[in-house]
Design a protein around this ligand. Structure first.
Ligand code: ADP
Length: 489
């Protein structure tokens, strides 16, 4: 489609006809001028070459057999010094050998004498179509290059040998490179950030079955301040789906990081400020409830109990907010150790049994033998399962049971917490890991909570390079599945 359009453009192409036969020169000039081309002619190779050196021609039609300088000589000079010019050779006595040799030396096409005006028009149109297509490609490439160079995102493309094909100014600025031209150089000569280099290595090692985008976060020191970039590296695929190289995109997320930090600091500060007066309120209420400030009637006792309960709920909310802000500011999981999940789950079962017993709910363990340990922060992982088990108890009716299963799957431990409780409706499932999201319906309305538990669970699991998902059906129950990488992986 594009090629056809190229040919149909009004043409202002310039053509040079070099032939020692005046008859041919004149015939070509008439036919091609009629078609709207600007046509010049030369009677021998020497004159032709002089003209080519002086001005640009889109097409040169040259007779192969001429005295002094042959058409072959003209062809090689044009190929060497005028790559944008297309050469069509005119072969005097239709020898196929000469035509083939000319094509090998870079002629675009040949036309055997004698030829009709139609044959001449056809061969010239075809070459013009070719030059226009080349021009189109060159134009769109340069348009693309300008566009990429103006992007505020850093963009780097490499070939399969880790040679740089393109690196825009934003990319070089972000990695702090101020040296010479980088095109064609190896990435490791230009980039000294290990994370970027590793992502490129991993991307090049991908097979078509594993093509994916690698994302990570980079921190650069910039004149005393820190700069944060998100790094995305993916394979550069051909139309046939094979890998041609890599494309890396750096995005400056420093401002986002700062806002996030401010929000975390704010939550943390507010939580602290609220917690102390609340604790003191609770203490004072306790003094009154215990009768230490005078006698309390049954009605007063009831009101004070309710007030204390509300304060306790608020206290829980603040504790969870603090946990979340701690997680988000990166304070968790720094101290990792080998954690024995089997023991941890047994302890959790024991810990939650009294609460479950109150509702006549039983907790079963189904743990595969000899589970490998995980490298994790013990307290964080306890928090994950404590939250999931508490929810399983909270959102189940009396006289039901909860099953906790753990198995190894590939290089992960897969731990399921399954209840046969109220379940979660399809439309709520995608939201339950969001902060403060609580399902409100007739069954759950009176169940206390903050809507932060699962957000905390998800943050912890992800900071341990794991994942969490949920399957649930209202009325049937829910299964939360946590996957954590084993330490031996
Ligand atoms: P909270 O329990 O404090 O409300 P969570 O973040 O732990 O907050 O849970 C979010 C919501 O997800 C809950 O309000 C509840 O509606 C739903 N949910 C969580 N776990 C379960 C479960 N095991 N069964 C049914 N619903 C659940």
């Amino acid at each position: 489609m594009e090629l056809l359009e190229s040919v149909n453009r009004p043409s202002s192409a310039t053509i040079l006809v070099i032939d020692d036969e005046a008859r041919i020169r004149d015939a070509c000039t008439i036919v091609l001028s009629d078609r709207g081309f600007t046509v010049a002619s030369a009677a021998d190779g020497e004159e032709g070459l002089a003209m080519i050196r002086n001005e640009h021609f889109d097409i040169v039609l040259v007779d192969l057999m001429m005295p002094t300088i042959s058409g072959f000589d003209v062809l090689s000079e044009v190929r060497k010094n005028h790559p944008d010019t297309v050469v069509i050779v005119i072969t005097g006595y239709a020898t196929l050998e000469h035509s083939i040799e000319a094509m090998k030396k870079g002629a675009f096409d040949f036309i055997p004498k004698p030829f009709t005006p139609d044959q001449l028009r056809a061969v010239v149109d075809k070459s013009l179509q070719y030059t226009n297509a080349l021009q189109d490609i060159a134009e769109s490439r340069s348009r693309l290059r300008v566009m990429v160079n103006r992007l505020t995102e850093g963009v780097l493309t490499t070939d399969m040998n880790k040679r740089i094909v393109q690196a825009n100014p934003a990319f070089l600025h972000m990695i702090g490179y101020h040296g010479e031209d980088v095109i064609g150089r190896s990435v490791s000569d230009v980039i000294d950030n290990e994370t970027i280099l590793e992502a490129i290595d991993q991307t090049l090692a991908m097979t078509s079955a594993t093509f994916a985008e690698i994302t990570n976060e980079l921190t650069f020191s910039d004149n005393g301040g820190e700069k944060y970039y998100s790094n995305r590296c993916s394979p550069f695929l051909s139309n046939a789906g094979t890998n041609l190289g890599t494309i890396t995109v750096l995005h400056d997320i420093t401002a986002l990081k700062k806002i996030d930090q401010m929000k975390t600091d704010f939550v943390s500060m507010v939580s602290h400020e609220i917690r102390s007066p609340m604790n003191s309120l609770l203490m004072q209420l306790k003094i009154i409830r215990d009768g230490l400030a005078g006698e309390v009637t049954e009605k007063q006792q009831e009101i004070l109990d309710r007030a204390s309960e509300k304060i306790l709920n608020l206290n829980n909310l603040v504790t969870e907010l603090l946990d979340l802000s701690r997680i988000e500011s990166g304070l968790i999981s720094h101290e990792k150790e080998m954690v024995d999940i089997t023991q941890l789950l047994k302890d959790q079962q024991k810990f939650h049994t009294p609460y479950a017993d109150k509702n006549n709910i039983t907790i079963h363990l189904e743990i595969a033998e000899n589970l490998p340990p995980i490298l994790a922060n013990q307290q964080n992982i306890e928090e994950v399962f404590s939250n999931l088990i508490t929810n399983a108890i909270k959102y189940s009716p009396k006289n039901t049971s909860i099953k906790i299963g753990a198995v190894v799957e590939n290089e992960y431990l897969k731990i399921n917490v399954t209840d046969s409780g109220f379940g979660i409706a399809e439309e709520d499932l995608k939201n339950i890991f969001n902060r403060f999201y609580r399902v409100k319906n007739a069954t759950t309305r009176n169940i206390q909570g903050t809507g932060l538990g699962l957000a905390i669970v998800k943050s912890i699991v992800e900071s341990h390079h794991g994942s969490i998902r949920v399957e649930s059906k209202p009325g049937d129950g829910s299964t939360f599945t946590v996957k954590l990488p084993t330490a031996l992986a």
